[in-house]
Design a protein around this ligand. Structure first.
Ligand code: ATP
Length: 198
């Protein structure tokens, strides 16, 4: 199994970039999607959350009140640790399951917190989608219709640009226009396809 980790800060362009790899037949496992499913309605993890916090953590339909939980763990580091201990092993197990089920020549693991959560250990290569902080701020604020301060708070909770780049085996510069991406992706796709055959 040849695994390429893809990471980058909020709004750096991971989704935009991985979509181009998908168009080339590459299976992309998305850690964010898996993380969301871990706490879906009826799951064991959600039951554990309910037992710890009570109904306040749930919405009327029994699904997770994500806004409440996000605010709660942001204000309480011990609770954040408890939640991570609950969910991280489940997320990791599901990531590994999906990586093994992939049938493409190589598989990508896309995770905003690849480095922060030690997931790069599962990967043979690490591709960092890189833009400067001003571009991250601008593109995210525009996409999510939020103010720059909210984006900045998320950026501060993530690894710095330098920390991320220190783990990169390849860097995809996404500071240009979207039209600049396909040629870079094509080159990387050829590199990874060749490495996966070795
Ligand atoms: P997150 O970590 O928040 O999930 P992401 O890294 O997946 O973000 P994207 O959603 O792919 O980032 O990109 C962020 C925004 O920037 C999107 O609205 C996307 O359309 C836009 N974008 C991506 N690349 C470019 C580019 N080269 N030029 C202009 N806009 C871009």
């Amino acid at each position: 199994m040849f695994i390429v980790g893809v990471t980058g800060g909020i709004g750096s362009g991971k989704t935009t970039v991985t979509r181009l790899f998908e168009q080339r037949g590459v299976v992309v496992v998305d850690a964010d999607v898996i993380a969301r499913h871990t706490l879906e309605r009826g799951s064991q993890a959600l039951q554990a959350v309910r037992e710890r916090y009570g109904e306040v953590a749930l919405q009327a339909d029994g699904s997770l009140n994500r806004a409440w939980l996000r605010a709660h763990i942001f204000a309480n580091p011990t609770e954040k640790q408890w939640l991570n201990q609950l969910t991280h092993p489940l997320i990791r197990a599901e990531i590994i399951k999906q990586l093994h089920a992939a049938t493409s020549a190589y598989v990508m693991l896309s995770a905003p917190l690849l480095i922060e959560n030690g997931l790069q250990q599962l990967c043979q290569r690490v591709l960092v989608v890189d833009v400067d902080e001003a571009t991250q701020l601008q593109r995210t604020a525009e996409r999510d219709q939020v103010n720059p301060q909210q984006v900045q708070a998320i950026m501060q909770a993530q690894a710095s640009r330098q920390q991320r780049l220190a783990h990169a085996t390849e860097v995809l510069d996404n500071s240009g226009s979207s039209a600049d991406l396909p040629p870079q992706v094509e080159k990387l796709h050829q590199l990874y396809s060749a490495l996966a055959l070795q």
